[in-house]
Every structure is written in C-alpha cells, then in structure tokens.
Design a protein around this ligand. Sequence first.
Ligand SMILES: [Zn+2]
Length: 426
Amino acid sequence: MIINRFSLKKYFFLLLLLSFTFAGAQKKFTVVLDAGHGGSDFGANRVYPETGRLNEKDVTLAIVLKVGRMLEKNKDYKIIYTRKIDEYPSLLDRTNLANRSKADLFISVHCNASPRTAPYGTETFVQGPDQNKTNLEVAKAENDVIFLDEKDREMFASYDPKSPESLIALKIQQSKYLESSLLFGSFVEENFEKKDKRFSRGVKQQNLHVLRLNAMPSVLIETGFISNYDDAMYLASEKGQNEIAESIYNAILSYKKAIDRNKSVAQEPAKPEEKPLKNDFRILLMSSPMKYNSTDPALKGLSDIVTIKEGTLYKYYYSVTNFASVRDNNLRSAKDAGFQNSTSISFVPDQKLGVGYYTLELAVTEQKLSSNSPMLGTLKDVNRDKVAGKFYYTYGKFSTLEEALKTQKEIEGKGVKNTVIQKVTK
Ligand SMILES: [Zn+2]
C-alpha cells in the first residue's frame, strides 16, 4: 500500500512536471526582428574613406543577426526574422508576418541620416501621433520606401497622415500597445545611454508605416546617424554593432521580465465558491457599419470575437461567460485594449427569437460570385439577395444564437471563414 501510494504520488508529480513543461513550451515569447530596408532599398548611405559606401541596409542586417544569435540561445524566446539576407520584404509583408505569428514584440532596426553632418546619437520611435517637426522628417524618410512596392501602395493609399480622422483612428488603434512600446523603447535607450555611453535623443512617438498596422508592441530603433562621422564609424565597426545588439538584447530581457510581472498580478483565478449566473455575458466592443475580419487591427488583437449583424450594423462581442468575476475581467481587458465604451450585455441562453431568425452572412460582394467559387462549392442552399447593388450571401435559418454559433463553427471547419451571424427580425 505504501509503495502504491508513493508511486501514485510520483505519478502526479510527473504529471505536474509535464503540464508545466507544456505550459512553458506554449508560452514562448515571440520577437520579430526587422532589419530595415534591404535589396534595392539601400536606406541611408554615405561614403567614407575607411568604409567605402556605408549602407543602412547592411548595418541593420548585421545588428539584427547579432541580436537574433543571442536570443536563439534562450529557450524562452522564439525569433522571427523579416529578412536574414540582402532582400526587400515589403512593409506589408513585414507586418503580416508579425501579425500572423502573433508576436509579442516587433523591433525594426534602422540608421538615421541628416542633411547635416553634426546630428548624432540614438532614438527609438513608437507608433503614435505627434506633430513634432523633426519627428515628421524621420517619418518621411522611413516612409519613403513605401513607394517601392505595389502592394504597399494599395494598402496605404487610403491613409492620409494629415487627416485628423486618420490620426484619431491611429491613436485608438495603437493605444493598447503604446504603453508597452514606450516601456520597451525606454529600456533600449537607457542601455544605449548608460552602458554604451551613447547620446540618447530619447523615446518618441511617431506615425511610421512599418509599425502602423502591427497588432503588438512595436518600436523602430534609430541606432545612430550614418551622416555623422563618429556615429558612422561606430555603426560600421564590429565593436559598435556588438554593443548595439547587446543593448537591444538586454532590453528584450528586461521587457519580458516586466511583462511577466504584470501577468502574474493580473491573473487572479475565479473564486472556487463563485456560483454561475443564469445569463451569459458578452462584452460589446463596438457597433459599426464596417465588417472586420478576426485579424483586423480594428479589433486590437482581441480574439474570441463573435460578430452579430443587426440591420446595417455589425456588433462586435468579445468573449462569453456566466461568471461575474470573469465578465468583469473581460470588460476590463476590452477597455485596456482601447474599447473605452465597451459594455457587458446579457444573453438568455438558448432563447428563441419571438420574431424572425438568425442566419449566417457568408459574404457581401459587388460582383455576383461565380458558381464555381469555393464557398458555393462547399455549401449547399446558399441564399443570394441583391440589395442596393450589392450581393448578400447567407446560409441557414436558426431560432437561437447557440444554433447559429454551432453551424458557424461547423462551416469554419470546412474552410468557410469570417462569417457573421445575422439577426433578421422582419
Ligand atoms: Zn531606415
């Protein structure tokens, strides 16, 4: 008996160990390292007798590879490079890579340049509106590369940095990550200043396209001025590149430590004696005439979102629970993410609609879908309505939200994604 109990204990201990191992394996901290410019885009460059032509694209790649090599030795981190060779990934490719990998941190490494040779030192930019003139010049120089790429041109065409609406949208979009980005930026600049004895011009906010659509804390580090002789020699040297890389690496470690600390405070488990409520609660983030896919930055990185269309408005609901403590936590998360006006809405479980029904809106298109489109091939009995010149494709009739959700999940498994639940009340 004693032996049995002992081995049982050992067994549970093993299980405990295993579960920690798996939890640890899942929680790798993912860092995207982005070497600025590349390929046909040389970035800033100057000719010096000591170095020949010194190109920003070469310096940024050398630094990024050094940071990566240090991080790769630490099993807590996963590193994603936007480039490891002399090539030019479009800004959109860089952003998409970062968003798809659900990265925790995005670091874009650059070198500064000025028409004058005097300015020197480092600065780190985070995404955020700021009308400071010199900052705007940096933004312009770094954004100039946009015109190299067809895809980028389309993507950013509608974006006018001068329009107040754009600025407000940007501000809201980035508010969730602004604080974390500033924190990381301050670690970087502090290391440059205190360890490497560089002149730090500080952490600044600016609209930079390479950071704009990122759904994670992101910074752009200007590691020095290629247009300044002393800075250029430092940037070109092995010693300088090593110091810069080490400072960025140490900033990543400090930042992760700070984030982990915050998490352990935030994760208070639900009290075991808490009784479930009768109703379900979802957090209404916003109502909008716009339809956003689940990965759209407008949703600020929140996952577990159900969209319910009522009339012409799409209502975005975050998470569902019947525990009051979890509901309150969810509401707090939504507000932290930047949805200041979010509210919790109660749903009676399995409630049948008195009037009307639920259906799934599959797609809204300008052109009629061809009969061999994948969606129409996958699903039978898809309805098509033409309203005001647009084609609305819907599927199924359900009397409860739960039934609609169930079917939505099923067809998602068949590859029909980004559908919306529509409440039809007439
Ligand atoms: Zn640059």
